[in-house]
Design a protein around this ligand. Structure first.
Ligand code: NAD
Ligand code: MG
Length: 380
């Protein structure tokens, strides 16, 4: 039996993790945490019987406590509660499925407590990659990528030597606006941006896919996970989302992982690594697919990806600014307070006004996050 903790259990990755728990007999959910969706949390508690549940929102936590008073479960709240869930004694592995930088402290604390991390929460790695990778070494814990591209790279590296990587070919669908110019994206509405061609995901990452900021975050994520220079991570548009990413080695060989677009595969692979388990679902039918096509990303119209490379090259606290500005801008776009193109305008503005700090501490990262939010509020 493997005991797991799921941080962000009510979201897209969280609920798909629970689908895997449901389909297998040897996974046991001991702790879960989420933002405020107590209706879903109550259903999850009644089905999976975790011993500890954290609701970040205090008021919602109080309501949940009353709703599950008939059960033997502890309900906590706030950042302290998230950390309590992250370090929960009997958990072996923590699935980090929070959206956003909120995951930094719980992830680092889980690692300090000796937990392996099945990492979906890329914003934590983008903003605190130097701290997370150091902690993995220091505490001897594994970081198992859940992001489909990074899982594909991880699978392509099975039995290989990381030192022999020439470059990483990070595939991208191109999102719903592939082929459009900035001019054509000017009046894009929230509904248009939420229509991803191949994946059904949480709202924030779906908008990130439309701006291609998601691919930018993933370039930085790959740099940390696989210890390669950012310019050795090449984004390649592969609109059918059949190839989930590839690795080119120094002898020119290219290894790839392919499959139908289904996040359950990378989640399950991370939970059982290095074992492969049966996973129900469609299999690839190559004759039916017919062709898989490739193109270069359009960095002139999708400036979010270009700025991610810039932030990644500058390093230090610049990726924090890139990420925090994007989080705030996407929230504003989803609230219909700003237009689609303003997301990248905001990121640009914040990056231009920041003097990066080398090797920022957690405290500095969180201070810079606040500085970014205030800067944006003062102008937009
Ligand atoms: P989502 O919005 O569907 O779910 C986010 C989860 O985080 C929810 O459970 C929510 O309650 C929780 N959360 C948000 N704010 C919180 C807070 N302050 N305190 C506690 N919990 C909080 O998001 P998602 O699509 O599942 O994405 C989660 C992460 O996985 C993101 O980093 C995303 O980039 C990454 N990811 C997602 C997918 C996907 O298919 N959905 C694929 C690859 C990577
Ligand atoms: Mg991805």
């Amino acid at each position: 039996m493997k005991n797991i903790c799921i941080l962000g259990s009510t979201g897209s990755i969280g609920t798909q993790t629970l689908d895997i728990v449901r389909a297998n007999q040897d996974l046991n959910v001991v702790a879960i945490a989420a933002g405020s969706n107590i209706k879903k949390l109550e259903m999850q508690i009644r089905e999976f019987h975790p011993q500890l549940v954290c609701v970040y929102n205090e008021e919602a936590a109080g309501k949940l406590k009353t709703a599950v008073a008939d059960l033997d479960v502890k309900v906590t709240a706030g950042m302290e509660g998230l950390i309590e869930a992250a370090v929960y004694d009997s958990a072996e592995i923590v699935v980090t499925a929070f959206v956003g930088m909120i995951g930094i402290r719980p992830t680092l604390e889980a690692m300090k407590a000796g937990k392996d991390i099945a990492l979906a929460n890329k914003e934590t790695l983008v903003t605190a990659g130097h701290l997370v990778m150091k902690a993995a070494e220091e505490y001897g814990v594994k970081i198992l990528p859940v992001d489909s591209e990074h899982s594909a790279i991880f699978q392509s590296l099975n039995g290989e030597n990381k030192k022999e990587i020439d470059k990483i070919l990070l595939t991208a669908s191109g999102g719903p606006f592939r082929g459009k110019t900035r001019e054509q994206m000017k009046n894009v509405q929230v509904e248009d941006a939420l229509k991803h061609p191949n994946w059904s995901m949480g709202q924030k990452i779906t908008i990130d896919s439309a701006t291609m900021v998601n691919k930018g975050l993933e370039v930085i994520e790959a740099k940390w996970l696989f210890d390669v220079d950012i310019d050795r991570v090449q984004a390649v548009v592969q609109p059918q989302s059949i190839i989930h990413s590839m690795v080119q080695f120094k002898d020119g060989a290219v290894m790839a992982q392919l499959g139908t677009p289904d996040m359950k595969l990378p989640i399950q692979y991370a939970l059982y690594y290095p074992e492969r388990r049966y996973l129900a679902g469609e299999r690839l039918d190559f004759a039916k697919i017919g062709r898989i096509t490739f193109e270069n990303p359009d960095l002139d119209n999708f400036t979010g990806l270009k700025m991610a490379y810039e932030a990644g090259r500058m390093g230090g606290s610049m990726p924090t600014v890139f990420n925090a500005a994007n989080e705030k801008a996407v929230a504003k776009f989803l609230d219909r307070k700003i237009g689609f193109l303003e997301i990248t305008d905001i990121i640009r503005y914040c990056m231009e006004n920041h003097h990066p700090v080398e090797n920022p501490t957690v405290e500095q990262i969180l201070e810079i996050e606040q500085w970014v939010y205030e800067l944006i509020e003062s102008r937009w």
